[in-house]
Design a protein around this ligand. Structure first.
Ligand SMILES: [Zn+2]
Length: 117
């Protein structure tokens, strides 16, 4: 089993982003940098809270409260479902960090999106 996440390649991401842009055409608030192959990777069972923290330097002088979104499905919540949930809720980091790199599982019921710049 290889761990492709560890050697993150920016150029590869750019190519993938075009493909991703087509798949999430109605998303304009953030850039999705998750690999196409990982979109249908199952992250959680049937319900998950997406916890969005704004703890980057952009908000150091002007703190922003964390936001929570609930993503529900009969079973097998994937990266794609989580992304669609953020899009449906018109999620916007409104800062320099608008490149969604991954969702990290932070508890049995919660994930958090990782945004880079
Ligand atoms: Zn930021």
């Amino acid at each position: 089993m290889s761990d492709l996440d560890s050697d993150f390649d920016e150029e590869e991401c750019n190519t993938e982003m075009e493909e991703i842009d087509c798949q999430f055409a109605n998303n304009t608030n953030f850039n999705i940098c998750i690999k196409v192959d990982d979109l249908d990777k199952v992250i959680m069972d049937n319900k998950v809270i997406i916890k969005c923290d704004f703890d980057c330097y952009c908000y150091s002088d002007n703190p922003r409260t964390s936001e929570y979104f609930i993503c529900k499905k009969e079973k097998n919540i994937t990266n794609r479902d989580l992304i669609n949930c953020l899009i449906e809720n018109k999620f916007d980091t409104q800062c320099n960090h608008c490149f969604l790199e991954k969702f990290e599982i932070i508890s049995p019921t919660e994930v958090t999106p990782w945004f880079g710049s």
